[in-house]
Design a protein around this ligand. Structure first.
Ligand code: AP5
Ligand code: MG
Ligand code: ZN
Length: 214
């Protein structure tokens, strides 16, 4: 199964993509996680991406598309994959189409997780992210077993730099300008499925499995 997760920042793409990936045994590919891992390792890509991420802006397509193209050609993607946070612009979606065409495959579904802006701002201030493995928690809706410590790897949990309220506002307006048009893009291709992302996490997960026929 080849899936794309669409949705505003904080809609729950990462939370759900991780669960769907585990359920279907396919890799979870998050461009945000790849950029954060690069930053942690001090690579040139990570340092370049940080400028944009901290400002709530998109990392330029030329830094993003090749990275995903390389990743999709790795052998673990042969049986499918789930893309989280890519594509985020029409040019990225067109670049993805080209890569998939070259590989002789196509997307099964683009899953849009729909959450209104008001709910997003509340969610982001409670999010905590693991500095070790990138796992995501929420202090009220999905707390770790031990406060401030990742259940999966034991590393520290932090508030992401780009989750400050003013940066979240910028990310939301960037989403409406540049990413929301992808909903129509995939609707026209007859690939779009939508779920209500304001439900509890387990219900969102069940709804996703239902719309992708799993
Ligand atoms: P990225 O890391 O992709 O961030 P994002 O899209 O802004 O989305 P988030 O990760 O913030 O939210 P999410 O939808 O994954 O929600 P989550 O599951 O964590 O990108 C960061 C930056 O990198 C971008 O701003 C950009 O600069 C750059 N970038 C990345 N990809 C790029 C690309 N393709 N092109 C250009 N630039 C790119 O959930 C959020 C919170 O809500 C969590 O605390 C969670 O526990 C909680 N939650 C989840 N579901 C529920 C629920 N149902 N009920 C209650 N709480 C919930
Ligand atoms: Mg995410
Ligand atoms: Zn961790």
């Amino acid at each position: 199964m080849r899936l794309i997760m669409l949705g505003a920042p904080g809609a729950g793409k990462g939370t759900q993509a991780a669960r769907v990936a585990a359920q279907l045994s396919i890799p979870h590919i998050s461009t945000g996680d790849i950029f954060r891992a690069n930053l942690k390792n001090g690579t040139e890509l990570g340092l370049k991406a940080k400028e944009y991420m901290d400002a709530g802006k998109l990392v330029p397509d030329e830094l993003t598309c090749d990275l995903v193209a390389d990743r999709l050609q790795q052998s673990d993607c042969g049986g499918g994959f789930i893309l989280d946070g890519f594509p985020r612009t029409i040019p990225q979606a067109e670049a993805l189409d080209k890569v998939l065409e070259k590989l002789g495959v196509s997307i099964d579904y683009a899953v849009d997780i729909d959450v209104p802006d008001e709910a997003i701002v509340n969610r982001m201030s409670g999010r905590r992210a693991c500095v070790g493995c990138g796992a995501t928690y929420h202090i009220a809706f999905n707390p770790p077993k031990v406060e401030g410590v990742c259940d999966k790897c034991g590393a520290k949990l932090i508030l992401r730099d780009d989750d400050k309220p003013e940066t979240v506002q910028t990310r939301l307006s960037v989403y409406h300008d540049q990413t929301q048009p992808l909903i129509d893009f995939y609707k026209k291709k007859d690939k779009l499925v939508q779920v209500d992302g304001t439900m509890p996490m387990d219900d969102v997960f069940a709804a996703i499995l239902n719309v992708i026929g799993k």
